[in-house]
Write a new protein. Structure first.
Length: 467
């Protein structure tokens, strides 16, 4: 649709003229996230500051049937913040306050535009811990984490975003403002609207305030990097560690290309690797009693002795720990810097990881593409980066999607699913019938219709267009 001068004037009256943008540069800047090379600019970018302003914007959008796309920090990997149908790009960056850290009840009230690391630092000052730590925690917004139900390295022990959300203030597509739950640890009162909003990818409403539960801050950790001569054994070792009774706070998998490419990309981080090494596990245990952690680390090394590994590297200092985490968190960016790519976010029961990894490599050989795999192996979450390299444009367009379908079909056969933490968004929606039957998809469609009867709230995401 084209924006009339009356609609633009109404938006300016709601948020102020200096927070409404129609110039090409701003629109292009808010038309992308970190998903491949897509760019879908909104027709106008609006930067509200209060729930009441968003309410007025949504009422205006409803009256004029204007699509509205919530836009956070633009770090997403599934195209969730792309304005597929133009309309209003609703930037949440001015919602950037940590409203209250309640150290008596171990809770925090925060706005959605707060950077996740800023939130973690704010609660840490009170001796508290928000454990969820996606790789982009230094730039992503907590609101986007909730929209995508983000995970991260420490999800294996502490859970993902949904496990910490108690209550949400939400502006519905019709402009009404609601709270979804209660600021209590237990709540069996009615349907769980809070968890319905978590992971809904901005398709049901706009989150404007967040109540999160916290835990006491842990005081000690041990971090080790384990080189494996065989990548499949690195995957097998994951399940073996848990079967031995150890629950690491992080257990990350990186195959050889991932760590090689990242060391070239990141300055000041170097790990000696023998030529025969195929993969690494980055393993962390944490807690408050060092003697217990040393026992757990010793038990892990005993478990690993049954596999073909090289010498285990223990990070002795905070600088060494930070360097290893810097290496792991930069893998995605390093892969992107090498080539055009597609990233899939598969997740399977952890015992099935070796089978999934083999299937990914088989698909690559069959369809002629190269993959770089890494991810949160402790909870079965494997990130698969398909890199174009020297593939022809025709094969990239025609062959890669066939391989992706086969990878997803295998994932579902292994009792897994299409996304562990990146969401479905725009790029994965057409694969949803691989994971859900028509009845299940129609239930989701019915929920969407109830919340958003005009389909103006982040349209073109999650559900296949054929529904």
């Amino acid at each position: 649709m084209s924006f009339t001068s009356d609609i633009l004037l109404s938006l300016q009256n709601i948020v102020g003229a200096s927070y409404v943008f129609t110039d090409e540069e701003t629109r292009q800047n808010y038309g992308h996230d970190e998903t491949e090379d897509y760019n879908f600019p909104p027709q106008v970018v609006v930067k509200p500051k209060t729930p009441e302003e968003i309410s007025a914007i949504m009422k205006l959008a409803t009256q004029n049937k204007i699509p509205v796309t919530p836009i956070g920090a633009k770090t997403g990997l599934s195209g969730g913040a792309l304005s597929i149908y133009g309309g209003i790009g609703l930037s949440m960056e001015r919602f950037n306050s940590v409203i209250e850290v309640d150290d008596k009840n171990l809770q925090v009230i925060v706005e959605p535009g707060v950077i996740t690391q800023v939130l973690k630092d704010a609660v840490a000052e009170k001796g508290l811990f928000y454990p969820v730590d996606p790789s982009s925690l230094g730039s992503c917004f907590i609101g986007g984490n909730i929209a995508e139900n983000s995970g991260g390295a420490r999800a294996v022990k502490y859970g993902v975003t949904k496990d910490y959300v108690l209550n949400l203030e939400v502006v519905l597509p019709n402009g009404e403002i609601i709270w979804t739950g209660a600021n209590t640890l237990k709540n069996s009162t009615g349907y769980n609207l809070t968890q319905l909003m978590v992971g809904s990818e901005g398709t049901l409403g706009i989150i404007t305030k967040i109540v999160l539960k916290l835990i006491p801050k842990v005081t000690h950790n041990i971090l080790m990097l384990v080189p494996f001569y065989k990548a499949d054994q690195a995957c097998e070792a994951v399940s073996a560690i848990f079967r031995a009774g150890i629950v690491p706070s992080a257990l990350e998998f990186m195959e050889r290309d991932a760590i090689d490419w990242t060391m070239k990309y990141v300055d000041g981080v170097s790990v000696p690797i023998k030529e025969e090494i195929q993969a690494h596990l980055l393993i962390e245990v944490d807690g408050n009693y060092p003697e217990v952690l040393f026992q757990e680390a010793e038990k892990i090394t005993t478990v690993l002795e049954q596999f073909e590994i090289d010498e285990v590297l223990f990070a002795d200092t905070e600088d060494q720990k930070n360097a290893l985490w810097k290496l792991r968190r930069a893998v995605g960016e390093a892969v992107k810097s090498n080539s055009v790519y597609k990233e899939e976010d598969t997740v399977v029961p952890r015992y099935a990881l070796p089978v999934l990894l083999k299937g990914v490599k088989d698909a690559g050989r069959k369809y002629g593409f190269h993959t770089v795999c890494y991810g949160h192996a402790g909870d079965g979450n494997l990130h698969i980066n398909i890199v174009k390299g020297d593939m022809s444009d025709d094969n990239w367009i025609t062959e890669v999607p066939k391989g992706i379908v086969e990878i997803f079909e295998l994932t579902v056969q292994l009792n897994g699913t299409l996304s562990g933490e990146h969401g479905i968004g725009y790029v994965q929606k057409d694969y949803m019938p691989l994971a859900f039957n028509p009845t299940e998809l129609n239930l989701m469609k019915g929920i969407k219709k109830l919340f958003d009867p005009l389909t103006i709230m982040n349209p073109g995401k999650v559900l296949p267009d054929t529904l």
